[in-house]
Write a protein that binds this ligand. Structure first.
Ligand code: MTE
Ligand code: CO
Length: 423
């Protein structure tokens, strides 16, 4: 409780801090402030003395101008150009779990193309009884499912292998988004074409110049893969594969083919013909790690973090972040304030959902002393997110992909935060 609130009658105090206190228990009391002369309360403001916009001003709404810094950002030196490149979701500024499409990270190998629904075709060929071609309108006639899943690029946190590098959760962990997809199970379309008994793989490719062709085991294709055309209730945005993309739950983003145009059923993966497959991890002993499709459990504190410093000084502080696992649901998240020496269990905003982001909170009464903030995710398979040291022991320093190590933010006494490593 803040000093100035102490002298107030209980009922009044309750009024000022009631909402926060009710939700979060004891530590939230004191986040309100004592009533004092304030022109924002005592004077009539501009917005209350004129009229607002009419309902015909914004046929499709964008965020208000005051939120204009909550945008995707790219890192100029990371790639040679912005066409075959990546940008990052502003996870430090978001809450909840659903990523709005407008600020969800983009990864293209040959740019985001524009493809009209009328020009869209999806072919299923290869080891099938009847090769088929679907138009967009055809796809809309199959029974649909709605599912929320995260999509994480295998390169997420890839710059952090050798040491703390990028100063912000957006840049270290922002190659991720989480949307509600509406679409047709790939299984339904494959069954329509009739899969031959010797089939073991599907080769999937997009309509863009890169095509981003990848092989996926038939077992996964017949399990939970979706041919999706809506995200968060509306059409996919161009940059996420309009009009149709593949959703491959829990598996690395590279398999989530955008502008999906062809699924070829095969008896072997196309990549087995190449010397090294895409997204290979080189281990400490020089041996390569391939076929690493599932994204291991991972978490990050989104606030406070370098782009989201503590601006209100000591007292009630909401620590929050995201956790996810490609192998199931998040079963718990632990948070450390002292660089991993001691841990406390965070509060999950909702029970962990399968292969989707989980929001966690730890509501503390910050004493104003510096902190080494960490979060550690656990999933339903029993897996616990490793430290950087543990991960480097098996994977070395030369990896690029699949870095799911525990992240540390050094929150200083002045509330600023920095990306650091603890030994
Ligand atoms: N699909 C096509 N056709 N072309 C691409 O360049 N990039 C892949 C995948 N699907 C890509 C693609 C990669 S590496 C990732 S991480 C995801 O799309 C990113 O999806 P997003 O741009 O919707 O975030
Ligand atoms: Co990727």
């Amino acid at each position: 409780m803040s000093d100035d609130a102490k002298g107030m009658a209980p009922s009044r105090r309750q009024f000022l801090t009631g909402a926060a206190a009710a939700g979060a228990g004891a530590v939230a009391a004191g986040a309100g402030r004592a009533a004092a002369p304030d022109p924002l309360i005592t004077e009539v403001q501009d917005w209350a003395s004129g009229l607002g916009d009419g309902v015909d001003v914004t046929p499709y709404g964008l965020p208000i101008e005051y939120e204009s810094d909550v945008v995707r950002r790219n890192v100029e030196w990371l790639t040679a150009d912005t066409i075959s490149s990546i940008n990052f979701t502003p996870i430090h500024a978001l809450d909840g779990t659903i990523t709005p499409q407008g600020c969800a990270f983009e990864r293209h190998h040959s740019g985001a193309i524009e493809l009209r629904k009328e020009d869209y075709r999806l072919m299923i060929n290869g080891l099938v009884d009847t090769p088929l071609v679907f138009t967009y309108a055809d796809l809309e006639r199959f029974p649909r499912e709605n599912r929320v899943y995260f999509c994480e690029c295998a390169a997420n946190s890839g710059m952090e292998w050798a040491g703390a590098q990028l100063n912000g959760a957006q840049f270290t962990h922002g190659m991720i988004h989480n949307m509600e997809y509406s679409g047709v199970p790939l299984r339904t379309l494959l069954e329509e074409a009739g899969v031959s008994p010797q089939s073991k793989w599907v080769y999937v490719e997009g309509a863009d110049a890169s095509s981003n062709g990848r092989s996926i085991p038939l077992e996964k294709a017949m399990d939970d893969v979706l041919v999706a055309f809506k995200a968060n209730g509306e059409a996919l945005r161009k940059e996420h594969g309009y009009p149709v993309r593949l959703v491959v739950p829990g598996w690395e983003g590279n398999l989530w083919i955008k502008w999906l145009r062809r699924v070829e059923v095969m008896d072997q993966p196309v990549e087995s013909r190449e010397e090294t497959s895409k997204y290979t991890d080189t281990l400490a002993n020089g041996i390569s790690r391939k076929w690493t499709w599932e994204m291991d459990a991972k978490s990050v504190i989104t606030s406070p973090s370098p782009q989201a410093p503590v601006t209100h000084g000591k007292g009630p502080l909401v620590i929050t972040g995201l956790a996810w696992s490609g192998r199931g649901a998040i079963s718990g998240v632990d948070v450390s304030l002292d660089g991993g020496k001691t841990w406390q269990q965070a509060r999950l905003a909702a029970p962990g959902a399968d292969k989707a982001l989980t929001r966690f909170y730890l509501d503390i009464n910050w004493d104003g002393a510096e902190m080494l903030l960490q979060s550690r995710a656990r999933d339903t398979s029993g897996y616990v997110q490793p430290t950087k040291a543990q991960l480097r022991e098996v994977r070395g320093l030369n990896s690029i992909y699949h870095n799911n190590a525990i992240q540390t933010w050094w929150v200083k006494a002045n509330g600023e935060a920095e990306n650091v490593e603890v030994s």
